[in-house]
Every structure is written in structure tokens, then in C-alpha cells.
Ligand binder design. Structure first.
Ligand SMILES: [Zn+2]
Length: 197
């Protein structure tokens, strides 16, 4: 592997099964990597989803919050990925997205924060669904996070299965799948037909 590739792997821009994070083992890391597709923007989770977030099974995973809840060994892929590189996150911290794409697990798009901070950021970026009268006044995906993630996963898998491997091309596939739920794009569409009489 080239030095540049190794550096990219270490900051989480690409996922390389050969560059194992310090807080997991090679076998679990290889299993995690196999469930991702790297694009030039995001790293897309193409396995199990729950409420729009990737889920990953690791019975050896330990985390103070999850231990308190007597958790099952399935957790969000983002929490697992962040912890694999950085060690356990603090109590009552969640993993938030800088990139606003719940299905993304790219390491430098993730940061720990409280649920309050998460809601605050979403509100600041107009990602919370709000209604004034019967008109939506937000920028959240019109399909909701779960349906958005399913659409992105479907589009990426379809592209990969038809032989697309170029990260830039895959990035365009993700952007197109996301754009289908963009409320601005929908309202900007030309009407299907005009009534004239
Ligand atoms: Zn991302």
C-alpha cells in the first residue's frame, strides 16, 4: 500500500482491512469493512439499518452506556467505528454526523456529542421537520431518515453490482439518491402540466 493510501486509511477516509484500528481485532474490522462502500465524499453502510443508521454486531464491544442498559451486541455502525479508532466514548454521548447523512460511517464525518447538541445542530441546519399550517418549513429529507438511507443503500448496491467502482461515480449515485428527497428540489420542479382556459 502506498504511503498516501495508508494515511487515508488512518484518518478513516478509506477503509482498509489491513490497517486495523487499535480498539478492535483484524477479523471484526474486516467484517466491518466488507459492509461499506467508499465514495469520494462518504463511506456508505450497505448492510443492516435501523431508523436510517447502520447496525453492526460485535459481542465483544463494551461501552459504559450500553453496559448499563444490558444491551444486545448490536449497535450503530457509527458508534462502533468511532470507538474502534478512539476507544470508548464518554457516558451519555452519542455519535453525531458532521455530514448530515445518517447512513455514512466515514470516520472524519463523525463526532461525539450529547443528544441536546444533536438536536440543536439539526435545528440550526433546518433538518428538523417543522410545519407551519400545512406547509413544511424545513430542509429535512421528505422521505424521512429511514427511507432516505434505504434509498441510498439500494442505489449504491445497484451501482456496485453493475460494476461501478470509481469513488467519484459512486458519490454521484449517492447525491442523486439523496436529491430525490430534497424538499427544495421538489418544490422547484416545473409543474407536470399547466391548466389553461
Ligand atoms: Zn459522510
Amino acid at each position: 500500500m502506498s504511503v498516501v493510501c495508508e494515511m487515508l486509511a488512518l484518518v478513516g477516509c478509506i477503509l482498509d482491512p489491513a490497517v486495523v484500528p487499535p480498539h478492535t481485532d483484524a477479523k471484526t474490522w474486516a467484517r466491518f469493512c466488507a459492509k461499506t462502500v467508499v465514495t469520494s465524499d462518504h463511506v456508505i453502510w450497505v448492510a443492516g439499518l435501523s431508523d436510517g443508521y447502520g447496525t453492526f454486531y460485535d459481542e465483544r464491544f463494551r461501552d459504559v452506556d450500553l453496559e448499563l442498559l444490558n444491551h444486545k451486541p448490536t449497535l450503530t455502525a457509527t458508534r462502533w467505528h468511532y470507538t474502534a479508532w478512539n476507544g470508548p466514548i464518554e457516558q451519555r454521548q452519542r455519535i453525531m454526523h458532521r455530514c448530515e447523512l445518517p447512513i455514512c460511517v466515514r470516520l472524519d464525518h463523525l463526532e461525539p456529542g450529547t443528544q441536546q447538541a444533536n438536536i440543536k445542530t439539526a435545528a440550526a441546519h433546518d433538518r428538523l421537520v417543522r410545519r407551519r399550517g400545512r406547509v413544511r418549513v424545513d430542509r429535512a429529507d421528505v422521505r424521512g431518515a429511514a427511507a432516505q438511507s434505504r434509498a441510498v443503500r439500494f442505489a449504491v448496491l445497484e451501482a456496485v453490482n453493475s460494476g461501478v467502482t470509481d469513488p467519484t461515480a459512486l458519490s454521484l449515485v449517492v447525491a442523486a439518491a439523496v436529491a430525490l428527497g430534497d424538499p427544495d428540489a421538489l418544490s422547484a420542479q416545473a409543474p407536470l402540466f399547466l391548466l389553461t382556459w
